[in-house]
Design a binder for this molecule. Structure first.
Ligand SMILES: [Zn+2]
Length: 379
């Protein structure tokens, strides 16, 4: 009896009676025989309502529990069926595992935790399960969390983003809550209809409470937000805006590299030919141009000085990138003013890579009324 109590604790069992423990030599595992206690017995596996018994089901069943040291542990019990008023004939609920699960709740919790905090291979090796199994565990745990949690409640400031996977062939829309920093919604696609699904789930009332929406400058996102979240101010996401600037700078850098002296045609061996002179300097200054100035090492500082002296056009592109970073570093009215100045500067820069994004930002600002839907740096 004492022994059974110990195993009850080891397996994290509640509302459960431990009938016995044995070592299954063939499976190389400890098997703990259990049954739900009187209060937990005879309940619908789906809704938990107490229901009359139907039959003995498929007989004894095993659920994988957390290992005891390096030895696998299984919880074993009968899996009778009951007849629920709502759900019909269904396998009875067990207190130690979710409905239709092959693992105990403790195991599920451990697997989900590991999957979030460690690598895929570490999780699989440590728990000795296939990644596919972890996938279904995460789904179960997540469903439980979802059922008790309204992710879409109380949203005020959100960010909408699209991410691609399968080498850019598939897309997901993800919505994050800026106030909590959490992912609140994700759905397949990258279209107005796909984003409409989010706003359908959110509902009109909650959508009206959204005050700010940050996103990249995709027109389809802007259209849906204007239509579905009428009170929200549309914000440019600093991450995306600065990412454009870096991309624009890179276009200029490649232009400079192509025009520079000392560039050689790649060697016929397939390896890149060595470059010399200015071209080599530009190729090497790549990171100096990308990095934030405060992170530069002395050598990279010298590289920038050299660019300032030898390539005014590339230098102008660099200053534009840094200027845009500044716009997002200052807040409020000062930030808006800085953005206005930057847009004028960029439009007159004679650098097509900067003129285009600047025009786009300007267009988005003008498309909206001055009091709302203004693109401005997010706090
Ligand atoms: Zn039921």
């Amino acid at each position: 009896m004492q022994n059974n109590r110990v195993w009850e604790r080891v397996c994290g069992l509640v509302r459960t009676v431990v009938e016995g423990v044995r070592f299954d030599g063939k499976a190389g595992a400890v098997v703990v025989s259990v049954r739900p206690n009187a209060r937990a017995r005879s309940r619908c596996g789906w809704c938990g309502r107490r229901s009359p018994g139907y039959d003995q089901g498929a007989g004894r069943r095993r659920w994988r529990a957390l290992d005891a040291g390096t030895t696998a542990v299984f919880v074993e019990a009968d899996a009778p069926r009951v007849r629920c008023r709502t759900h019909g004939q269904i396998v009875a609920q067990v207190p130690w595992a979710r409905h239709d699960a092959g693992h105990t709740r403790d195991f599920d919790a451990m697997a989900a935790w590991l999957a979030v905090r460690t690598s895929k291979s570490a999780t699989c090796q440590l728990l000795r399960v296939a990644w596919r199994t972890i996938g279904s565990i995460i789904t179960r745990v997540n469903d439980d969390i979802e059922a008790n949690l309204d992710r879409l409640g109380g949203l005020r400031r959100i960010g909408i983003d699209e991410i691609s996977y399968k080498r850019g062939h598939r897309y997901l829309i993800v919505v994050v809550g800026h106030d909590t920093g959490r992912l609140v919604w994700a759905g397949p696609g990258r279209s107005e209809a796909a984003l409409d699904v989010f706003f359908d789930e959110l509902g009109e009332q909650r959508a009206a409470e959204i005050t700010h929406v940050s996103a990249d400058m995709a027109d389809w996102i802007a259209r849906v937000v204007a239509r579905r979240a009428p009170n929200a101010i549309r914000c440019a996401d600093p991450f995306h805006v600065v990412a454009w600037a870096i991309e624009a700078l890179d276009i200029e850098r490649r232009r400079a590299w192509n025009q520079a002296s000392g560039r050689r045609v790649p060697a016929s061996t397939g390896r890149r030919g060595r470059t010399t002179g200015n071209s080599r300097q530009i190729a090497r200054s790549r990171y100096a141009l990308w990095k934030n100035p405060e992170d530069l090492n002395p050598r990279q500082r010298l590289q920038l000085d050299w660019i300032a002296k030898t390539d005014p056009r590339l230098w102008r592109a660099y200053l534009l990138k840094e200027g845009l970073r500044y716009v997002f570093a200052v807040k409020g009215a000062e930030g808006k003013e800085a953005l206005d100045k930057w847009l004028t500067w960029a439009r007159r820069s004679q650098l097509p890579a900067f003129i285009e994004p600047a025009k786009k930002i300007t267009r988005h600002r003008q498309a909206s009324t001055p009091t709302s839907n203004t693109v401005y740096p997010k706090n």
